[in-house]
Design a binder for this molecule. Structure first.
Ligand SMILES: Nc1ncnc2c1ncn2[C@@H]1O[C@H](COP(=O)(O)OP(=O)(O)OP(=O)(O)O)[C@@H](O)[C@H]1O
Ligand SMILES: [Mg+2]
Length: 376
């Protein structure tokens, strides 16, 4: 039983209530440590044994600093959770111990009261940290798109404008019934130019101009654009936290982000009864750092776009944010790649959860702390 005996009384279902807490923790795939104050380990589950390559018997009673060197950022997370009484999460943290080497992990720490203060620490590998890594590699992928965009601009856009001009000239001499053909040429050349234009955004290397942005205004604007265009049949719901501080961001680029997310949501929902929920909230305790160290940023602003559509196809999930990944006949697969690039440029992260009738894209962004409010 390794020190945990309390039955899980808060879970009402009879069958579950009879399972004790340690059994649940033992079954979790995530490493869990329970500490006595900030020093010694009271309990470790099998996933923790595996992560640290130390048996639970050896881990129990061990000083935290004997397991994880005292200069590890994990101790800082633990101290903050114990001092603040609020759960603290860190994504993409470097966990380095002499025994296991370096792992990139997500850490969640919550203080527990009762017989002497302690904390529950859960450590998982590869989730957000992995996605962050992927997001950084999206930027790498974007770089290769860059060269291609430059080439396309030159080799494709210029001839296309010639083709379009020629079609317009031809149109004048055509009979009315043949005109749809030249119009088709114009529309299709415009569509190709549109794709090349979107790719050119990846090659924009200018430093992002950022300032305080009221995200609710951005979302209102996006909803208006969507409702008067591609999402006119969709019902929109808001769940805004009115006290939300401004985002440190670039307004136009944030419009791009949420326009793409709302467009995808609108394309996924059923024709009848389609619903999109836009929500904002403030969640402290989530910080990220770039892989490779450097400063860590707090990302307390959470903006979510939820839809009741079909859900994301399993086969594209691992590559969802890569360029040219699409399940749509007319899709270019650039929407989410662009979203990932812009969110990354803002120092934020994007996550998604998806099941039929409930897909959520959640963007976490930094606040514009201590900056004057956005100009009206
Ligand atoms: N809300 C969603 N529900 C279900 N599937 C989604 C959702 N958002 C994205 N997807 C899936 O992810 C794929 C990639 O999206 P992305 O926006 O990058 O490209 P696209 O929408 O196919 O094309 P484009 O945005 O360039 O017009 C989509 O084709 C779709 O299969
Ligand atoms: Mg899209």
């Amino acid at each position: 039983m390794r020190g945990l005996t309390a039955p899980v009384a808060a879970i009402p279902h009879e069958a579950v209530a009879s399972i004790d807490a340690a059994q649940i923790l033992d079954a979790l795939p995530v490493a869990v440590l329970l500490t006595r104050d900030d020093r010694s380990i009271r309990y470790a589950n099998p996933a923790a044994e595996q992560l640290f390559s130390v048996s639970a018997a050896q881990l129990t009673g061990l000083e935290m600093t004997a397991l994880i060197p005292s200069d590890s950022p994990l101790h800082d997370v633990l101290a903050r959770a114990l001092a603040g009484g609020q759960p603290v999460s860190e994504y993409g943290l470097f966990l380095e111990t002499p025994r296991i080497g370096t792992h990139v992990v997500d850490v969640h720490v919550a203080a527990v009261s009762g017989q002497g203060q302690g904390a529950v620490i859960s450590i998982s590998e590869h989730s957000m940290a992995h996605r962050l890594d992927r997001q950084l590699s999206h930027r790498g992928a974007a770089r290769s798109v860059t060269a291609m965009a430059a080439m396309l601009a030159h080799e494709v856009k210029n001839p296309l404008s010639g083709i379009r001009g020629a079609a317009q000239l031809l149109e004048r001499g055509l009979r009315a019934e043949d005109r749809p053909l030249t119009r088709l040429i114009c529309e299709e050349t415009d569509r190709i130019c549109g794709i090349v234009d979107r790719m050119e955004v990846f090659s924009d290397r200018r430093v992002l101009e950022r300032g305080p942005v009221n995200i609710h205004k951005v979302l209102d604007h996006v909803r208006r654009l969507a409702f008067s265009g591609f999402a006119s049949q969709v019902r929109f719901f808001d769940r805004f936290d009115p006290s939300l501080p401004p985002v440190l961001g670039n307004r136009d680029q944030l419009v791009q982000v949420f326009l793409n997310l709302v467009k995808n949501a609108a394309e996924a929902v059923p024709e009848l009864g389609g619903e999109i929920v836009l929500s904002t909230s403030y969640q402290t305790g989530v910080r990220v750092g770039t892989l490779g160290g450097g400063s860590r940023t707090e990302l307390p602003l959470v903006i979510a776009v939820q839809d009741n559509g079909v859900g994301i196809a399993d086969d594209i999930r691992p590559h969802l944010f890569d360029a040219f990944v699409t399940s749509k006949t007319n899709g270019s697969g650039l929407g989410l790649a662009l979203v990932a690039k812009i969110v990354g440029d803002h120092g934020g992260v994007i996550e998604f959860e998806s099941q039929p009738r409930r897909t959520v894209f959640r963007v976490r962004l930094p606040i514009a702390a201590g900056m004057p409010a956005e100009e009206e």
